[in-house]
Write a new protein. Sequence first.
Length: 138
Amino acid sequence: MRDLDDLFAALARSAFRGRFRLRPAEAAYLARKTLAVVLDEGRGFLRERLAPAEPKNDGRQTPWRGHPIFVAQHATATCCRGCLAKWHGIARGRPLDGAEIEHVLAAWARWLAGQPCPPTESKSSPATADREETGWLF
């Protein structure tokens, strides 16, 4: 696996990876739920969508927005098994092991921690608050 300092230096040189930012609703969700909770939700996404040897719809399984983890996946090149192989040195065709899962979570945590977050108080409407409580913003 690639060292995270080396990975983030390479990601910083990528125009594509560098364009990802949390949108206001995603940043507000992260601020309200906390990094620990969002990463716990991400662990579920990771186990379902990325950890299997051959994930369903690999290369197209990660939405572009709607949850802070989805944005972090694209920003950190952890969106599919191809990107994991290219950017992280994690081979395709076999399930992720525990160390690899922790590596992906650490990459997300580092990227999310560096994102600007709004104040934790939100002025969202009741309808928006209901959607946000489910973990899906849109």
